[in-house]
Ligand binder design. Structure first.
Ligand SMILES: [Zn+2]
Ligand SMILES: [Zn+2]
Length: 351
């Protein structure tokens, strides 16, 4: 039975509690640093101003990335991934799972979908009624299918996926920087208060606590950041790190890996000036991904070839033979026929 609207509303409000907690901690840390440390404790003007400038740069970048991670609407599959009316009616009328799979297979042939369920079936979302694009998963909290879903993050009350993964990694990076700036500049005064070189004032409590909280957050956020940077380098989502994506030729944890440089560019883009800014610069459209190695089923290969290189999704190119930015990468990809199957090898392969 579906939950009542009041219960859903209550659940939605409760989901904001972790975000509120983070905001309260950040708000207090801002007050403790700017007022208690810089205004009341530091007496030297040059030191005070330089601390305030560095602190505010880290603070602004952190809040910008955090804001973008929270408020980016998760990207969902386009209409092209829904079943056409006739097939949808057939699918709904059909009760046998095998016959339903046949309908899905027929529709999926014209889509750039190369991953399957663990049992080899076409991945279909019964809630959203769409064929799931590669790397797309249904989020039960957001109640929608999310493109290149990484995980649902309670600290931002949003799904981290194709539309905001770059912002999320930058949020972790700038949150680490924010904590590092606080720790590095507060430690001197922390020691002075701790060893009673400075008199007990109301600032003492804030500064001692500020150092502890910033150090604690720094350690936990840096661990998470390190893990996500490793994932970016391997071109894996958190979900894929736990469960390797299954292709038509079986599971392959490195299935989307294109070599370190290209993997980083998939998330951060190919223009270095945008890498450190929380503005969208990830490559691709989130629906189709260049795969390291794909064994296409002959029927699907034919249907792709019949389209003269045109993909069914908004005129995008077939991800197996074209680059992710929609440009031909003929130099990088070689096609070979192998026992009736087309094997598309793309770019550098991982060791
Ligand atoms: Zn769904
Ligand atoms: Zn979600």
């Amino acid at each position: 039975m579906a939950p009542s609207p009041a219960l859903r509303c209550c659940k939605r409000a409760l989901n904001w509690v972790p975000v509120l907690f983070i905001n309260l901690v950040v708000g207090w840390s801002y007050y403790a640093y700017v007022v208690e440390l810089c205004v009341y404790t530091i007496l030297n003007n040059a030191e005070r101003i330089s601390y305030l400038v560095v602190f505010h740069i880290a603070f602004a970048m952190f809040i910008w990335a955090y804001w973008k991670t929270i408020w980016s609407t998760p990207a969902s599959p386009s209409k092209a991934f829904g079943l056409p009316r006739q097939e949808k009616e057939l699918y709904e009328r059909e009760e046998r799972a095998e016959a339903q799979q046949e309908i899905l297979k027929k529709v999926a042939r014209s889509l750039p979908v190369y991953t399957r369920t663990a049992g080899g079936a076409i991945r279909y979302c019964n809630y959203c009624q769409v064929i799931k694009p590669d790397r797309c998963h249904h989020c039960s909290t957001c109640e929608m299918c999310v493109l290149k879903m990484d995980h649902h993050c309670p600290w931002v009350n949003n799904c981290v996926g194709f539309s905001n993964y770059k912002y999320f990694v930058l949020f972790l990076a700038y949150a680490s920087l924010y904590c590092a700036v606080i720790c590095a500049t507060v430690v001197r005064y922390f020691i002075k208060f701790w060893t009673k070189q400075l008199d007990d004032t109301h600032a003492k409590f804030h500064i001692l606590f500020l150092f502890f909280v910033a150090a604690l957050f720094f350690i936990s956020i840096v661990s998470l950041l390190t893990y996500h940077l490793w994932l970016v380098g391997k071109n894996r989502t958190t979900i894929e790190a736990f469960r390797a994506p299954v292709f038509t030729n079986g599971p392959d944890k490195n299935g989307f890996s294109l070599g370190f440089g290209r993997n980083v560019a998939e998330v951060f883009g190919d223009q270095a000036e945008y890498w450190m800014l929380p503005v969208f610069s990830s490559l691709g459209d989130g629906h189709s991904f260049v795969t390291r190695l794909v064994h296409l089923d002959p029927e699907q290969a034919n249907s792709v070839l019949q389209q003269n290189g045109k993909s069914p999704v908004d005129g995008e190119a077939n991800p197996c033979v074209l680059g992710n930015n929609g440009q031909h990468t003929e130099d990088d990809s070689k096609e070979k026929t192998d026992g009736g199957q087309i094997v598309s090898v793309t770019m550098e392969s991982e060791p």
